[in-house]
Write a protein that binds this ligand. Structure first.
Ligand SMILES: Nc1ncnc2c1ncn2[C@@H]1O[C@H](COP(=O)(O)OP(=O)(O)O)[C@@H](O)[C@H]1O
Ligand SMILES: [Mg+2]
Length: 509
């Protein structure tokens, strides 16, 4: 099945989300749709799936113009969309979710779950989805829930599958498996629209690419003849640097030291096991590891979010093993949290309020006994300029910002004060390339001003690009340490340590 979008325009008030967009989608092909946060990707696909109606332009399926009056018309025409936020019922089983709304009925009009389960099993088999039909959604990991969404649209006989930023929620291993499924769908003749802001994913899986910037198509072509640099420029509108420009570090005194720190979870299991590490002034230290090996807990211990069971934490010579989060903050510890929605910002607060979230009590913001909101707003506006947070006003709620801009807001708040140590956890997760470049520059700038910088990331490229020294965590322990001066650490050896092999090898500690 082929689909053509012609001259599609969509406005939300004064925002032109899509501006005269032309796009062709073909059966048996993966079309990569690339663009920064807010470029208009979801809006465009919401029109193709029937959720929104375009203001101008037309949609043709196999040459015939169609007009959808809601998503059920889209489904009817063979177009299925898997949204960024899943729409499954958590307390229902996989099979129940899949058939919801289109239940096959038995002889007396009752729901024929047996037939439904059989059909689910067939689709499962055909596309290598491996989803357990009787499991409850709430018990399944996100990666599997996503497959349930795919199963759901396949069950409705979709020929065109729109996958809206599917890899954003997946681990690197899950991405591999997901690409396998996409290949099988393509082999079966389905048309796939794969939305992402990750360049290497486009190069790896798509047959054609279209790039959106500010609602317009700014480039298209065959990924085989395009480089990441080409794609980035189409996406951001200027050349983007992928390598982090930095000089050789000149580390000073230890800024933070952990001495045999152990932390237990609620069941008494060791989540940190005698971890000793340090970050010196003027040095970037990266923590690599497969997610779930203690990196999150390491940051919780350092920032004071969770208590440690034994061991010591020394911050610039001072014992802070049992200090509160606020005390550590006041001593000059900055923390960019891994989940900005959970602990980095309050979505309903204004951007101005978010900019002083952990600092509103500081003397520079008080006017007698009250908070000087004028001062807060001025400061927030300056932070927005310095950190390129794009918003028409600092009085809009935090949730009005795109993901990349929310992250820059958090980074601005944490870095725009006197700090000694910056702890950055997944600092660029879900952030587009232009903003990644910017956040990386700022982290290196903190280092060059003499801060200790600790980076925890599941992106090994990010760790290798930024760090002067690298620790690898495995099973709650630091299992290896690498000197990365001049980028000399070996990627393979680090990868092996992350997988738990050759424990201790390469360990300088
Ligand atoms: N329902 C809506 N109401 C108002 N503005 C919207 C709505 N949906 C999207 N927008 C705006 O349209 C633009 C494109 O958004 P979107 O399509 O979600 O981008 P992307 O998926 O590429 O991140 C953004 O400026 C966004 O704020
Ligand atoms: Mg989107």
């Amino acid at each position: 099945m082929d689909v053509e979008l012609r001259g599609i325009t969509k406005r939300f008030g004064s925002v032109v989300a899509n501006d005269n967009v032309n796009l062709t989608i073909r059966g048996g092909e993966v079309l990569g749709l690339l663009g920064e946060n807010g470029a208009g990707k979801s809006t465009l696909m919401n029109m193709l799936s029937g959720l929104y109606a375009p203001d101008e332009g037309e949609i043709l399926i196999d040459g015939k113009q169609v007009a959808f009056d809601g998503p059920s018309d889209g489904i009817e025409a063979g177009i299925g969309m898997v949204h960024q936020h899943f729409m499954l019922v958590p307390v229902f089983t996989v099979a129940e979710n899949v058939v919801l709304g289109v239940e096959p009925t038995g002889q007396l009009g009752s729901i024929d779950m047996k037939r439904a389960r059989r059909q689910v099993a067939e689709i499962n088999e055909k596309y290598g989805l491996h989803v357990p039909p009787d499991a409850l959604i709430e018990d399944l990991p996100v990666g599997i829930q996503q497959r349930v969404e795919i199963l759901k649209v396949l069950f409705r006989s979709a020929d065109v599958l729109i996958l809206d930023e599917p890899t954003a929620v997946l681990t690197p291993q899950e991405v591999r498996e997901f690409f396998g499924i996409v290949s099988m769908l393509k082999e079966a003749g389905k048309a796939i629209v794969f939305i992402t802001h990750k360049l290497h994913e486009i190069l790896e899986i798509s047959d054609r690419v279209s790039v959106l910037r500010q609602g317009r198509i700014t480039g298209e072509g065959d990924p085989k003849s395009l480089t990441e640099a080409d794609l980035a420029e189409m996406m951001v509108g200027r050349p983007v640097s992928f390598t982090v420009d930095k000089t050789v570090a000149d580390p000073g005194r230890p800024m933070i030291e952990m001495d045999k720190v152990t932390m237990l979870d609620e069941t008494g299991e060791k989540v940190l096991d005698r971890v000793s590490m340090s970050v010196r002034a003027g040095e970037v230290v990266g923590v690599a590891g497969v997610q779930g090996n203690g990196q999150t807990e390491l940051v919780e211990a350092l920032s004071g979010i969770e208590k440690i069971a034994s061991g010591k934490i020394i911050f610039d010579g001072e014992d802070i093993s049992h200090a509160t989060v606020r005390e550590r903050h006041s001593l000059g510890m900055a923390h960019i949290p891994e989940d900005r929605h959970k602990s980095g910002m309050v979505e309903s607060f204004t951007i101005a309020e978010n900019m002083v979230l952990n600092n509103y009590y500081a003397p520079e913001y008080s006017k007698g006994w009250a908070i000087d909101w004028q001062k807060v707003a001025e400061t927030a506006a300056r932070f927005c300029i310095d950190f390129d947070v794009r918003t028409p006003s600092v009085f809009l709620p935090g949730r009005s910002l795109s993901g990349g801009n929310q992250q820059k807001m958090v980074v601005a708040r944490e870095l725009e004060r006197e700090t000694k140590l910056v702890i950055a956890s997944q600092p660029t997760r879900g952030v587009d390339v232009g903003s990644i470049e910017y956040i990386h520059e700022r982290l290196i700038a903190s280092r060059d001003e003499g801060d200790g910088v600790l980076i925890v990331s599941s992106e090994l490229d990010e760790i290798m690009g930024l760090s002067d020294r690298i620790y690898v965590m495995y099973d709650g322990r630091i299992v290896a340490e690498f000197d990365n001066t001049g980028g000399k650490a070996d990627r393979n050896t680090i990868g092996l340590a992350m997988a738990g092999a050759h424990e201790g090898e390469g360990a300088a500690a």
